[in-house]
Design a protein around this ligand. Structure first.
Ligand code: DGY
Length: 323
């Protein structure tokens, strides 16, 4: 006899203690791989019978997929960002969309600061230098980098993660500027951050952190013109979404030493290969989108995605609802 329980499709293998919470309530199927996304064709097939979908940033939830999903009532994305989902299309079809903010804020802020320190103090280059047995002697300017303390940090996007980065920066005695679509008066008071328009922020900052979501308005927000407004000693950090920065323009700026370095956790098209031009520049530290990747935080994100899905499918208000 066919089960009357709701059906869930999970697009990646998750720890048993996470999936078992869903299995108590629903019939669940999942793509049983951790390192590769579910093939599109299979997802289009599985979605036909699903009432709920637990998705990752690597899954494209668009009108084609939504059209193939007559029973679908909720998509729970295991991420704070949801640029992989066509939210307007979901809304039109009364499909609830949920995400997982808050639980990853501090972890992503830590990684942002780690990139800032690693690029300015040339940690990757220094470690490779030593591993290559190139170290002959302590020398006055060997692998000399840039100071972080008491410098000026410019934050683009003063959301939760932006604010968490600002709090850390004050620990380094930094001055913190921000640019945001809407001015945030309350945070200016409570945190002590100063608003600047984008051009002034780029001209004044020693470090620029991109922490804004990817939207039609922020696509290539940092391009040739913006990079030319930065100081030649400035460092750009992107832990938000790759397409917010024009990679071709960034490559040119870094290659020509128009800016000093970049720390990148995200790329235009992920995954990038080792042959990607940016990965090869000595003044780039490139990471494979690990901003929120600690065991505790990824477990918290997975559990929150499960909570959201259960709540949405049992007629209750999810903890975090995008639409
Ligand atoms: C997010 O949550 O949006 C991250 O980029 C994925 O960890």
């Amino acid at each position: 006899m066919e089960s009357t329980r709701g059906k869930i499709y999970i697009t990646r293998r998750l720890p048993k203690e996470v999936t078992s919470r869903l299995q108590e309530v629903f019939d669940c199927k999942w793509w049983d791989h951790e390192d590769v996304p579910v093939p599109r064709e299979l997802l289009l097939q599985e979605i036909k019978t699903a009432d709920g979908l637990l998705s990752m940033v690597t899954d494209r939830i668009d009108s084609e997929l939504l059209d193939a999903a007559p029973r679908l009532r909720a998509v729970s994305n295991m991420a704070v960002g949801y640029d992989n989902i066509q939210v307007e299309e979901a809304k039109k079809r009364n499909v609830i969309v949920c995400n997982t903010p808050d639980v990853l804020t501090e972890t992503t802020a830590d990684l942002t600061v780690a990139l800032l320190l690693a690029t300015s103090r040339r940690l990757e280059e220094s470690a490779i230098f030593l591993k290559n047995d190139e170290w002959k002697s302590w020398s006055p300017f060997l692998l000399a980098g840039l100071d972080v303390h008491h410098k000026t940090l410019g934050i683009i996007g003063l959301g939760r993660i932006g604010q968490a980065v600002a709090r850390r920066a004050f620990g380094f005695g930094m001055k913190v500027l921000y640019y945001n679509r809407h001015r945030r008066m309350a945070e200016e008071q409570s945190l002590g951050v100063e608003y600047r328009d984008l051009e002034s922020l780029l001209r004044e900052s020693d470090f620029v952190c991109v922490l804004t979501p990817l939207t039609a308005d922020t696509y290539h927000l940092i391009s040739e013109r913006e990079l030319s407004q930065m100081k030649p000693t400035a460092v750009l950090i992107n832990t938000a979404r790759g397409p917010v920065v024009d990679e071709v323009a960034l490559y040119t700026a870094l290659k020509n030493n128009q800016i000093w370095a970049a720390g990148l956790d995200v790329f235009d098209r992920e995954p990038v290969r080792a042959s990607h031009p940016l990965v090869h520049l000595p003044n780039v530290l490139a990471l494979p989108h690990i901003g929120s990747a600690t065991v505790d935080t990824r477990m918290a994100m997975a559990n929150l995605a499960v909570d959201n899905l259960i709540l949405a499918l049992t007629g209750k208000e999810p903890k975090y609802r995008v639409c």
